[in-house]
Design a protein around this ligand. Structure first.
Ligand code: 9PG
Length: 532
């Protein structure tokens, strides 16, 4: 097939091969010299929560605040990069509206635009690249096909419908609340009841805490007695200082060259650290942990904060590239999980393909649309918020042939929720488009008609037609996300100053600890006022 644009494109690479719909390049570093200035750039974020979106090339890039959270929201190796760039692939919208894609066919790769030069490189070694030009959907389809050959794809046929405890009860889960919810779900067609964060002693010590006196095996048995699969959340690659794992195995932790521990961010009022997945004892420990969870009876496992395994650092196997190290850990996990459904979250995208059934492809949703603090002051588009979640998820739906794409939960409740009905509808529509349906709504918080709407949602399978980049028709009804997902306006000097101040405060662990304690208190108050 001839493609005049590609024929004229100046390509620098070790080798260039014509293939169907594009070119296959090889080289540690390749570059494309563009005939004109592109209109927009497709940022490709590193892990589930990282911003992935089309941005006008004229818009200046602002760095996310606070800096202490960057390791858990973006690729820390490129967190201070202000040129248009992204992990593994980059795409440009040219002046005629057509799209040029440069996509790596291997891990440890990055793409960046400098003026009219689009460059791609491998952090270590060399590899292959796919270049194509034309209709966006068609070229991403080609790209996913090539990735499938190299990385494989998920196994499950149809995604299960999931009830997840996080977006209603958060860390306020306990045995009684979950059993009441399980009972109240009645005959709503959820195949999975998934227990999220809050059951464990502490991150790293994966044993039930005092709120689960019947044990996690007991909980799984109660779930399965209702005919559902039992789901459990863990963050197996993270370790916090208050865990016994942290003190028992200092040699398992990822370190910087000079021996300091690599930061994996800050959450739950604690500093986060990462396990080194190249350490044979870590791999044994991970295998045993997964077998334990399977032994408890869980057959749906959501593994979160997985980026920790792919952070830059010194590893036991010296010189093993970080995404390769992560993938090796994931392989061990996949094997140990056997035929359980495996959902990855907070996970580097390409390195997870082929080894999981489902992948979260955006940030967390929330019972609000935007957050003035996070969006406007901190310029942080990876934090929980429904607009953030929709924006990034939409730009990653091309992954559907490779993995089940989890857009996070949809809401039906108006209680404990500030989203408008239109905003809730957008999330519900997105779930239908992504073909992954989940909710966290507590039945006791739903009105009769909201419960019926939830049932209809779970039972329906509308015909989906894509009619534009961010426009779809669902059973003929048009859904326009485009006007809803713009990036926050760039801050003026006063807002910027305010943001810098708040961002600075958020870098102080002591203050974050207080903030976390206050949030916990507030949650308990809300749950007391809104019993399940
Ligand atoms: C449990 C939650 C839920 C949720 C996950 C993940 O950037 N952040 O600060 C950030 C914090 C938490 C988070 C995502 C991002 O949520 O996505 O579904 O399981 O952990 O703690």
């Amino acid at each position: 097939m001839t493609n005049p644009f590609l024929d004229q494109l100046k390509i620098t690479a070790d080798s260039i091969m014509k293939i169907d719909h594009g070119r296959l390049l090889s080289g540690a570093r390749v570059s494309l010299e563009l005939p004109g200035v592109p209109r927009r750039y497709l940022y490709s974020g590193w892990q589930s929560w990282s911003l992935t979106t089309w941005v006008d090339t004229s818009r200046p890039v602002r760095l996310m605040r606070p800096s202490s959270l960057r390791a858990m929201q973006t690729d820390p190796a490129y967190a201070a990069e202000t040129r248009p760039h992204g992990s593994w692939y980059g795409a440009l919208e040219m002046s005629d509206g057509q799209v040029l894609l440069l996509g790596a066919l291997g891990l440890e790769s990055h793409v960046m635009l400098e003026g009219q030069i689009l460059t791609g490189w491998f952090g270590t070694g060399e590899g292959e690249w796919f270049v194509s030009y034309g209709n966006e959907d068609e070229i991403f389809d080609q790209y996913s096909g090539l990735l499938k050959q190299r990385l494989g794809s998920g196994r499950a046929q149809e995604s299960p419908r999931v009830w997840c405890s996080w977006y209603s009860l958060y860390t306020g889960i306990d045995e009684a609340r979950l059993l009441k919810t399980l009972h109240d779900l009645g005959d709503l067609p959820f195949e999975v009841f998934q227990v999220d964060d809050g059951w464990q002693k502490v991150i790293g010590d994966w044993e039930p805490n005092a709120k689960f006196p019947g044990g996690m095996d007991g909980m799984a048995a109660r779930i399965k007695a209702t005919g559902r699969k039992a789901g459990l959340w863990l963050a197996p690659l993270l370790v916090v200082p208050s865990s016994s794992l942290f003190h028992a195995h200092q040699d398992w932790l990822l370190r910087e060259g000079h021996g300091r521990l690599v930061s994996a961010g800050f959450n739950w009022g604690e500093r986060l650290y990462a396990l080194d997945t190249t350490h044979p004892e870590v791999l044994d420990w991970l295998r045993a942990l997964m077998q334990k969870v399977r032994g408890w009876g869980y057959d749906y496992v959501k593994l979160d904060f997985l980026y920790a395994g792919a952070l830059p650092g010194q590893r036991h196997v010296d010189g093993m590239p970080r995404e390769t190290a992560y993938r090796q850990g994931l392989k061990v996990i996949r094997e140990a999980l056997g035929d359980a459904y495996f959902l990855t979250c907070g996970a580097p995208v390409l390195p997870s393909l082929g080894l999981c059934d489902g992948l979260r492809i955006g940030p967390d949703v929330a019972g609000f649309w935007i957050s003035h603090r996070d969006d406007d002051l901190l310029m942080n588009t990876a934090t929980p918020g429904t607009r953030n979640a929709i924006r990034t998820t939409l730009q990653r739906l091309w992954l559907k042939p490779l993995v089940q794409t989890d857009p996070d939960v949809a809401y039906f409740r108006s209680r404990q929720n500030d989203l408008t009905s239109q905003q809730k509808q957008l999330l519900q529509d997105l779930a239908q488009i992504a073909e992954f349906k989940a909710s966290s709504d507590v039945p006791a918080w739903l009105t009769e008609s909201e419960r019926e709407a939830l049932r209809m949602f779970l039972e329906s399978k509308p015909a989906i037609r894509k009619i534009g980049r961010n426009r779809y028709a669902l059973d003929g009804r048009s859904v326009d996300f485009e006007s809803q997902i713009s990036l926050p306006a760039l801050p003026g000097p006063f807002t910027n100053l305010q943001g810098a101040l708040i961002g600075g405060l958020a870098n102080v662990p002591f203050l974050m600890r207080i903030f976390n304690a206050l949030e916990k208190k507030d949650l308990e108050k809300r749950l007391a006022k809104n019993p399940v």
